[in-house]
Design a protein around this ligand. Sequence first.
Ligand SMILES: NC(=O)c1ccc[n+]([C@@H]2O[C@H](COP(=O)([O-])OP(=O)(O)OC[C@H]3O[C@@H](n4cnc5c(N)ncnc54)[C@H](O)[C@@H]3O)[C@@H](O)[C@H]2O)c1
Length: 354
Amino acid sequence: MATEELRRVAPDAARRFVEGVLVGNGTSKADAEIVARCLVEADLHGVDTHGTNRIPSYMERVRQGVLDPKANIEVKQITPVVHQVNANNGFGFLAATKAMSACIESAKVFGIGMASVKHSNHFGMSASFVRQANRAGYMSLVFTNSSPALPVWGGKSKLMGVSPIACGAPGGDKGIDFVLDMAPSVAARGKIYKAKRRNEQIPDDWAIDAEGKPTTDPAAALEGSMLPMGGPKGSALSIMMDVFSGVLSGSAFAGHVTSPYHPRKAADVGHFLVAIKPDLFMSLDEFKERLDYLYQRVVGSDRRPDTQRIYFPGEIEAEEAKKREKNGITWTQAEIDVLNQEADKAGSPHLVLL
Ligand SMILES: NC(=O)c1ccc[n+]([C@@H]2O[C@H](COP(=O)([O-])OP(=O)(O)OC[C@H]3O[C@@H](n4cnc5c(N)ncnc54)[C@H](O)[C@@H]3O)[C@@H](O)[C@H]2O)c1
């Protein structure tokens, strides 16, 4: 079979596969279910760069002893609305999920809850925790810092992370949630890897080479740095993620977070999460009607000639998730082979294909 041929996997089978690998590496069943849900949620929403294919790099870090698959995630209440989470070098998915749960519990009673997370790891797609809050009926902010990938504006070497800024609000009866989840770079790094695989050039505003010069060569771009979106504004957003997630939490910051692909050093990522009750100032019905009115105004806006349809933030991903829920997630045979090697190492079952 050609390696590029796409094979289909049902979301349930993907979740069972991830859980098997994690349990085989020492993670409890309950925690493995949370990590699997987050990774497969990214695959379902079309964020393939932050889904199940990350398992091999995470497991390599587990084998090297720099990510603890059994870590006890400690949640300490500092004030009625403030929580401090020590991930103790466990999975970022667990730390952020537990932090958001604590935020929601506070918001139920006091209208707002916030959590600062330290000593964590890469948590994948930020929207996982925004959607966790949306499902519970709460607005949210989800910030994280990450390893150096961007120069600061005017700088030449990587210093700040491509650290995503995310937030959300639960939708009305039509079920349209607001979900913004964006990295502060012009383009996702995954798009540069894709251009390299296909021998394509990239636009010259995506990245700079190792000498700090704009480049259209994806290989040179990967040797160099990503460029922030919106010039100094993207750079400032990346610094903002580091202030709230790194400086505040006590985790690494200012270029000292370790890459999730680095096999020999703890990552020490920090996160910052907030949950807000949407009916603080009006009834829930009125809030949802107002959000729906905003949705209708946005998607019903007059279109430019080159635009077929206008989307609300998060809508493209939500529609992709509906399709993939039904038709399955697609991976190449080569990707499946790499994942099955992880199952062999963990003594867990291979991926079951549709
Ligand atoms: N954990 C980490 O350290 C880390 C680092 C980088 C990126 N990520 C993740 O990578 C993912 C991809 O980030 P990205 O910046 O490439 O996302 P993106 O550019 O695909 O989307 C960014 C936002 O814009 C919205 N959007 C995109 N196209 C739209 C359109 N045509 N109309 C209306 N809205 C639209 C999306 O709904 C989304 O909210 C995110 O899930 C992010 O959390 C994680």
